[in-house]
Write a protein that binds this ligand. Structure first.
Ligand SMILES: *[C@@H]1O[C@H](CO)[C@@H](O)[C@H](O)[C@H]1NC(C)=O
Ligand SMILES: *[C@@H]1O[C@H](CO)[C@@H](O)[C@H](O)[C@H]1NC(C)=O
Length: 254
């Protein structure tokens, strides 16, 4: 983290002790008082999901926390997830070099590795329940992690993404939720579908012919035939559907 010490760990809950979190893979932070500070709300003994929320180009960690990104993708705090997470998740909100995720030489994936390690050492997380999401560049970064760190990420939600942060590896399955507006003029929908199709293949799902919604209609496709534990869901349509769909997708895993 030498070049980029900026990140926020939003403790959507206070993890004073996690002695009850015997299920899953408890991290080293279990049973200790966290020293990373953030918002603290309540304490429970449930295992905590960890959700990485990557900002869009020109965004910032603070804007994700405040829900103040100018475009609709970041218009709700924590991409709208904290509001529906019912204190079951800890959000990690990183901040990119040059306000993006160019991932030159894999530097942003390395940053993720360091963040994941730092957080796991300090707060109580279930290391099997780590997720990643973001809008646009943040979606690209989530995709890059699905490619490069399939063992570390249980599922991604790539919202209006494109291959902007690379894809090292990219041969292993990761549960994949993707969503893209069909009239997106910045990153067209074909670019989002291209990312999705890698995980349709990797996850062993049956490819389907494209549904092309018209007149602003939204179409959700749940792929069939995927290997157990590696679903793929795709939605053509507006970003306003992202929080609920993302959360439903992430919480199918336990
Ligand atoms: C929120 O979590 C608490 C504690 O696990 C649970 O009792 C409650 O039913 C949950 N509320 C909703 C709306 O899911
Ligand atoms: C989508 O964008 C890519 C990259 O800019 C471009 O090559 C491609 O032709 C576009 N596809 C459509 C259907 O507009």
């Amino acid at each position: 983290m030498d070049r980029r010490p900026n990140f926020l760990v939003a403790l959507a809950l206070l993890v004073l002790s996690c002695v009850g979190a015997v299920k899953g893979e408890s991290s080293a932070g279990c049973g200790k008082t966290p020293t990373i500070t953030g918002k603290q709300y309540s304490m429970t003994n449930r295992p905590y999901r960890l959700v990485f929320t990557w900002h869009q180009l020109g965004g910032s960690a603070q804007k994700i926390v405040d829900g103040k990104d100018t475009s609709r993708g970041g218009a709700l705090p924590y991409y709208g997830l904290n509001a529906i997470a019912n204190n079951s998740a800890i959000f990690v909100v990183p901040q990119g070099l040059n306000a993006g995720w160019g991932n030159q030489g894999g530097e942003d994936v390395t940053f993720f590795d360091q963040l994941a390690k730092t957080v796991a050492a300090d707060v109580c997380v279930d290391t099997r329940l780590r997720f990643s999401t973001g809008f646009s560049y943040g979606g690209a970064m989530s995709y890059a992690l699905a490619c490069a760190r399939p063992k570390d990420i249980r599922a991604v939600a790539v919202i209006s993404g494109s291959q902007l942060s690379g894809c090292t590896g990219g041969n292993d399955p990761v549960a994949y939720y993707g969503q893209h507006g069909t009239s997106d003029s910045v990153l067209n929908v074909s670019r989002g579908r291209q990312l999705r199709d890698r995980f349709v293949r990797n996850n062993g799902c049956t490819a389907v012919s494209e549904t092309q919604p018209s007149g602003g209609r939204s179409v959700k496709t749940v792929y069939q035939g995927c290997n157990p534990g590696y679903p793929v869901t795709w939605k053509d349509g507006s970003v306003i559907f992202a929080p609920k769909n993302t959360w439903d997708f992430f919480t199918q895993f336990s």
